[in-house]
Design a protein around this ligand. Structure first.
Ligand code: NAD
Length: 401
């Protein structure tokens, strides 16, 4: 490990950017050397977080949509965390790689398949690894499932299910008090697709050996009617509110079915616009057993005590705890998965080595955004690009090995 601190910049210092800064400030070997936001006051708040925690004040960049260019050009950075609006993730990451800086991109890394390819090509050309910060891949339960899968306990994996089920109308898309749209709401007017697939599929791509022994070959997406936003506004702000009658393009429930080269199938739901508690509904099913996150249950043929009866998941999570969770994390403030993810990212930057979720994984997860839209619009299965250009056939498992 290098003894110099890893110099990290954060572009986009809104809610998520500030959360990530909060985690980075808990890492002794990190120095936040630059913060950048379209709004200078947001960047100053982020700089203040650094000084209040006893660290040096980072250089502050901001005021313009492309102020990140000056930050990336400053010579101050080994890595950059990108937590801006979705439309700028890929362009900032591309410039970072061109400048020899590791990008850690919040989700999704790209909005289009073309952008995903550019991330792959630029990472290959520059030799700079590129990681999407898909934090749910680093959750304790998901990593224990991965350990068990690699021990063969589920047999051959046949089918998975995952979802991002989270009613986001009143905090992500619209202000809960005033009903005013936030930047994410624009996407509800313009698109009808799985806009946010990566939390759902993040852990699953490793369970299914995607890019490492297998590959998605096609995706078929259907979207439901769009009623949730209208119903919410009618109920909360009255039937006369414009959003109670505006026709949004985005369907309430988006369901994608993906098939892999070896014949596995995956169902992904995107479900952000109807009242419901949060859920990811991860499920993995193989020739020897099944794991169900929502039931917090597992059944392993020939191993579970009762024939065809669920048993509790928690003892398995404890027994097959991944080594990343075997250290004492009790002193940390915040979500463990975010911390474990950033620790791995920083470790990779420190030695200029490979990142735990590579550019091919980031491209696959992000490509679902546009592919789901094309499939839903054209009502047909759409071929899934092979970002590895055939190397998936010989690539060894890599994430969290
Ligand atoms: N991984 C997770 O669990 C998680 C959770 C929440 C949000 N996110 C992601 O984080 C990102 C930001 O979300 P948020 O909730 O913090 O939004 P936010 O609106 O609170 O913050 C976004 C910030 O980015 C800034 N910004 C936008 N474009 C910029 C540009 N070109 N250059 C510099 N600054 C720019 C805005 O001024 C704003 O301050 C999104 O991509 C979102 O998907 C991830």
């Amino acid at each position: 490990m290098s003894k110099d601190p890893v110099r990290i910049g954060v572009v986009g210092t809104g809610k998520r950017g500030q959360k990530l800064i909060g985690y980075l400030l808990q890492l002794d070997d990190v120095e936040i050397t630059a913060v950048c936001d379209g709004s200078v006051s947001e960047a100053e708040i982020a700089a203040g977080m650094c000084t209040s925690s006893g660290k040096k004040k980072p250089s502050v960049f901001g005021g313009k949509k492309d102020s990140y260019r000056r930050a990336l050009d400053s010579g101050l950075l080994d890595a950059v965390i990108i937590a801006t609006y979705w439309d700028s993730h890929a362009e900032i990451a591309l410039l970072a790689m061109e400048n020899g800086i590791y990008p850690g991109i919040d989700v999704p890394a790209a909005q289009t398949v073309e952008q995903a390819w550019k991330l792959v090509e630029t990472s290959e050309k520059t030799g700079i690894p590129c990681m999407m910060l898909e934090n749910w891949s680093f959750r304790k339960d998901n990593l224990a499932v991965l350990n068990m899968k690699r021990l063969g306990m589920f047999g051959e994996i046949i089918h998975c299910h995952c979802a991002h089920s989270h009613n986001c109308i009143d905090h992500w898309f619209f202000d809960s008090e005033t009903g005013e749209p936030k930047w994410q709401a624009e996407y509800l007017m313009k698109h009808n697709r799985d806009q946010y697939p990566t939390h759902a599929v993040g852990p699953v791509i490793s369970w299914m050996d995607i890019n490492r022994g297998d590959i998605f070959t096609e995706i078929f997406t259907m979207t439901s009617a769009s009623r949730g936003i209208n119903a919410y506004f009618a109920d909360k702000f009255g039937a006369d509110h414009p959003n109670a009658v505006t026709r949004f393009r985005q369907g309430d429930i988006v369901t994608s079915l993906l098939r892999t080269s070896s014949g596995k199938t995956l169902v992904v739901n995107n479900d952000l616009l109807l009242p419901r508690p949060y859920s990811n509904r991860w499920m993995l099913q193989g020739t020897k057993g099944i794991y169900d996150e929502e039931k917090s249950s597992i059944y392993l043929a020939g191993h579970s005590p009762q024939y065809q009866k669920w048993e509790p998941w928690q003892p398995y999570e404890d027994k097959y705890n991944h080594r990343w969770y075997q250290q004492d994390l009790s002193s940390l403030r915040g979500r463990r998965a975010d911390f474990v993810m950033l620790r791995r990212f920083v470790d990779a930057v420190a030695v200029r080595g490979p990142v735990p979720l590579d550019v091919y994984d980031s491209a696959v997860m992000s490509a679902i955004v546009e592919l789901s839209e094309i499939s839903a619009r054209e009502n047909r299965p759409v071929p899934f690009p092979d970002f590895t250009r055939g190397r998936w056939k010989t690539n060894e498992p890599y994430f969290a090995v």
